[in-house]
Write a protein that binds this ligand. Structure first.
Ligand code: ZN
Length: 209
């Protein structure tokens, strides 16, 4: 039989006054954040550390998610087919799509004023937003393929037969640039990789939060 390394009580499965062992994944998480260095500990003795580990895990995941969301911008998206000075390997095609409700664009009853006036600003910002969504998809897909940039990118707007709805598609070639000094923000791609790796490690503790 094992005993708790803090209170020395023996682990038992008794209904009353039971001494239960803290799950090994929770132990790993507490040790990972250097809150303690446990091997076999009971629930009572580890309670505060358990709570601390949970909150550290949640905080760290939030930080990493933010880093990942902002560092994907490091993946440049170009329309050029062979950017000057770039040495790269083509990895594969990446595509993205989203839809946007256009409202006034197809509603001719709204009149010209809406199209050239306030309405068009609203549409422009909607379209810009939709393009950003597509670019983010291209970037993430490129990173997942092990690429660090997207070239020969093409963006298309199409009617999908649903009233007042436009489909926006983007496609490009994901490439792995080897002379990374030509990239504008190669450090962001490094940050992305590090954050993704760490998040992967933390996912081992997922059930815990
Ligand atoms: Zn104990």
């Amino acid at each position: 039989m094992q005993n708790c390394e803090v209170c020395s009580k023996e682990f038992n499965g008794a209904f009353f006054n039971s001494v239960d062992k803290l799950h090994s994944t929770a132990v790993k998480c507490i040790n990972y954040f250097n809150i303690a260095d446990y091997q076999h500990v009971c629930l009572k003795c580890s309670n505060q550390n358990y709570v601390d580990a949970q909150s550290r895990l949640t905080d760290r995941k939030e930080v990493l998610t933010k880093i990942i969301a902002t560092s994907i911008d490091g993946v440049q998206i170009l329309t050029n087919h062979s950017p000057f000075d770039w040495q790269y390997q083509s990895i594969g095609i990446v595509t993205a799509q989203t839809t946007v409700g256009t409202g006034v664009i197809t509603e001719f009853t709204s009149g010209l004023r809406d199209i050239v006036g306030m309405g068009s600003n609203r549409i422009n910002s909607k379209l810009a937003n939709a393009e950003e969504i597509c670019f983010a998809q291209l970037r993430v897909k490129a990173l997942l393929l092990g690429a660090n940039a997207v070239i020969a990118t093409d963006i298309d707007y199409g009617d999908i037969g649903i009233k007042s709805t436009l489909m926006i598609c983007a496609a490009g070639t994901a490439v792995k640039v080897t002379n990374t000094e030509v990239l504008l923000q190669p450090e962001k791609i490094f940050d992305y990789k590090e954050a993704t790796k760490e998040l992967q490690v933390l996912s081992e503790f997922n059930f815990f939060s």
